[in-house]
Design a protein around this ligand. Sequence first.
Ligand SMILES: Cc1ncc(COP(=O)(O)O)c(C=O)c1O
Length: 507
Amino acid sequence: MDFKDRAKQQLRDASESVVGVLFEQAKKLPFVKDRIAAEYDKMMAELRAAAKPYGDEFPSCDALPEQGRSRDEVLAQMRAMSERESSRWEDGFVSGAVYHGDPEHRQFLEQAYAIHSQTNPLHSDLWPSVTKYEAEIVAMTADMLGAKQAGASAEVCGTVSSGGTESILMAMKTYRDRARAEQGNDKPNIVAPTSAHAAFDKASQYFGIELRKIPVGEDFRADVKAMKKAVDRHTICLVGSAPCFPHGVIDPIPELAAVAFARNIGFHTDACLGGFVLPWARELGYPITEFDFRVEGVTSISADTHKYGYAAKGTSVLLYRDKALRKHQWFTLTNWPGGIYFSPTLAGSRAGGISAACWAAMQAIGRQGYLDATQAILQAGKQLREGIAAIPQLKLLGDPLWVISFAAANPDKLDVYRVSDAMSKRRWNLNGLHRPSCVHIAVTLRHTQAGVVERFLADLREAVEEVERTPAGAGGMAPVYGIAATLPARGAVSDILGMYMDALYEV
Ligand SMILES: Cc1ncc(COP(=O)(O)O)c(C=O)c1O
């Protein structure tokens, strides 16, 4: 993004927030309110139908059954729904979401979970096995991410959390509490590129930390100079991604971490997506920007075992350079009538079986398994990149390895969201992104199955041609992103998202 684009973007953000305030005021007027409600109803009808496809086909329960149903009947219903939902991801039509998914691997994880299904790491006295698994998950991840090369003063340590978001929330809380304890900083801020994951916004909202989001450069990477400029005496940490979710590119972590190091503040590498890919990519000879504890200023890293670590959903690792930092994550309560209480992460009770299955996955896959998986994924990524680059109506964004985003070469002539909708008709489930308008596919092991990449490219060519041939209709993702581009997010789109979440919990 050059200076002019950035200025335009800032102007757009400012005007959006003005329009946002006006929108909030205008929707209180009865006439406007009714019109908006009618529009929302139309949109919600479609979103609701998509979120609740089963209707009355399976029994709806808005209260407990009087007598328990037979286990066979319950399992049969669950299998029937699961079977309908599996083939799309099993056959590799989905971006990200399921990262391994081979039947034998799944069965193995399920067995590991079953052995420890009753455990809870909150009770380390009852289940030291789970405590051992979690300590080893952290140690294996730390070893993979440069703990031994981190320098003599480092003592890399960490915790297991429920996912990338919780790891990021915990890291940001830790920096906030350290700054409060050590500097009396009560106006903390985080400096992050706009491409940083939404979890940083969540941390900002939950924990009362200002988030300074700095536009990325033309290559979609963090702008070091601009981020450096945004740092002040209340900054608790800087953030970079390896890689970022939207465009799959790795931020200039060594330069960003140097800024943090020079000011003696934290630097968090969000390697939720890349933590279990980049070390192996580097070993395979890919030129990978340094991103882990080998970089002097990196003080924490999030890396998701439940993504490319190939564990079941529900685990992630958060690492710290030393225990002096990690101690600000701990929660302890010594005057509670319920007893002396402590817990390392957001949750209290947790599913030990999930950690057990994660440990089992890491043990069974091993270094060679991760290397082989990474090689296959990066090969598929290359094939996809080359195939997309050969479609003249599209253009690749940045230079990603396996999380590949593409936009319309000429957005006035082609709506990339309509292309994505046309791909949905062909069973594909891609991620819509905006600012700029684009779509991405995160390559997983599902896409390394024979013929999947070829099918994707053939469908994409067809989808582009179909959109060029046919006028825009109603429905799909395109109108939602259309609204997001023209109205302030905190107004209409936030309202719709809120209503969508309400709908998710309707029976
Ligand atoms: C770079 C990055 N960070 C954080 C997250 C959040 O992870 P989770 O969805 O497990 O909370 C994601 C998820 O895709 C991600 O890609």
